[in-house]
Design a protein around this ligand. Structure first.
Ligand code: FES
Ligand SMILES: [Fe+2]
Length: 463
């Protein structure tokens, strides 16, 4: 009898483990603006659990900020979060959007506030055919162009009866909206990944974080290779006090932007190029000693002086040129080192930053490739929603879950820093930090003369 009991227990346990490994999906959601920040590993290490989250710390300095809403495509929703016939209200980028999906599956984005008497069509609006019906008096607005199609109690629909229809697209199981401060039409679009759109790679989980910081801080992480060992070195499971037992190793970090020579710069190339050439290329003093001269050339560093509306010094919006300048690539290699000598979990990461708020991370493991899609969307001037979606071949489900778990823990460590730091307009850099300068110069292309600033958004209560 005891043998039968053991067999049943073993089989049941094995089935549960197989189910968890292949079918359980992580849904890791953290609003770190409040008390959750206290639980963070890095906050404990910094002894910063007492001051609370970034939004509650009234003494927090924000620094001199670039504009708060860059130009580009931003994810409003994941496709699975908008059913057929459903409408939702999303507040982001200083705007209120009514996002809806028709019964045929087409997604449209309209201004949420009805031009008639201001009802929010994302809250209780009904989808009728390819239109959205306002819940207040039943005016019917077409998703494609925002034109009013019907006013239930009027014989005529005036020509001027319409609302704004936003450019949107649904790619890689994400719904994006195009935001441009000059009302320019999209000059590029996120591209579908074949493995995701044809179903070869399956969805294996997600995480979502609310971060108190300027949007530019988050992708800057990719160019800031020096933080990798400090923040992401300690093992995700063991204490940082026993690095000899297990630690994460990050090597081969390289950041490259898709810009024309001679602006193209990579960490690897610059290491070889030497100090003199680097100074000539980036216009900043580079030395092993920290920068101490306040008059150092900062033309390539984002700063308040460059971003004043109408100031004439703003970087040209290169996205209109139709080239690939809206892309940048970061590469690095990860290993988990056991007992200071045994490397396991070796992963080659190639992260392609596509515009100001979307990244495709291709992770190559010894068992096969997988992909993490990162979205960063400003909900408020200094509040970002960041999501990561994991896609991989079905048989890689256990490894994909493990990698997403590790990525979630690692990202939470970054959030603990972002939630409390200020934006450093004139960073004190050493020679090895120079890819940060290149990154800031690249990112400046997403600002234009009328990009909303922190001052303009807070003055007009646009958030
Ligand atoms: S407020 Fe929308 S129809 Fe009246
Ligand atoms: Fe990081």
């Amino acid at each position: 009898m005891a043998v039968v009991w053991w067999i049943v227990s073993a089989v049941t346990s094995a089935l549960i483990l197989i189910y968890l490994a292949f079918f359980w999906k992580i849904n890791w959601i953290k609003d770190l603006t409040e008390n959750d920040a206290k639980r963070s590993w890095l906050n404990k290490r910094l002894g910063d659990g007492k001051s609370g989250g970034g939004s509650r710390n009234k003494n927090r300095k924000v620094g001199h900020l670039p504009p708060v809403y860059p130009n580009g495509w931003f994810a409003l929703l994941e496709s699975s979060h908008l059913k057929r016939g459903e409408a939702k209200h999303i507040s982001a980028l200083g705007q209120n959007f009514a996002v809806f999906r028709t019964q045929k599956g087409t997604v449209s984005v309209l201004d949420a506030y009805c031009p008639h008497l201001g009802a929010n069509m994302g809250e209780g609006g009904r989808v009728r055919g390819d239109c959205l019906e306002c819940p207040f008096h039943g005016w019917l607005f077409r998703g494609a162009d925002g034109r009013c199609q019907d006013i239930p109690y009027s014989d005529k629909v005036p020509e001027f009866a319409k609302t704004k229809a936003w450019d949107c697209c649904e790619v890689n199981q994400l719904i994006f909206v195009w935001h441009h401060a000059e009302n320019a039409k999209p000059s590029w679009r996120p591209q579908a990944l074949g493995e995701i759109s044809d179903g070869r790679w399956r969805y294996h989980g997600r995480n979502e974080f609310i971060v108190n910081s300027h949007i530019q801080e988050i992708p800057e992480n990719g160019a800031d290779w020096a933080h990798l060992s400090a923040v992401h070195g300690p093992s995700i499971l063991l204490s940082e006090r026993v690095p000899w037992l297990a630690r994460h190793s990050w090597t081969g970090a390289e950041w490259t932007s898709h810009v024309s020579p001679p602006q193209e710069r990579t960490m690897a190339k610059e290491e070889e190029a030497g100090k003199a050439q680097a100074e000539e290329e980036c216009g900043a003093e580079v030395d092993n000693a920290p920068e101490t001269d306040p008059n150092i050339s900062r033309e390539n560093v984002a700063g308040t002086g460059k971003f004043e509306n109408g100031g004439g010094k703003i970087s040209k919006d290169k996205t209109a040129s139709g080239n690939k300048s809206h892309k940048a690539i970061m590469r690095l290699r990860h290993s988990l080192i056991l007992f200071e000598r045994i490397p396991i979990l070796e992963l080659d990461v190639r992260a392609e930053q596509i515009g100001p708020g979307y990244v495709e991370l291709l992770v190559q493991s010894s068992m096969g490739p997988m992909c993490i899609l990162q979205t960063v969307t400003p909900l408020e001037p200094l509040m970002q929603r960041v999501t990561h979606l994991m896609f991989a071949p079905p048989l890689l489900a256990p490894l994909a879950t493990l990698v997403l778990f590790g990525e979630s823990v690692m990202f939470e460590r970054d959030v603990a820093v972002w939630n409390h730091k200020r934006f450093e307009q004139r960073p004190l850099l050493v020679r090895e930090d120079r890819s940060i300068l290149a990154y800031r110069r690249w990112y400046a292309q997403f600002y234009s003369p009328h990009s909303p600033t922190y001052q303009s958004t807070t003055r007009s209560l646009q958030w």
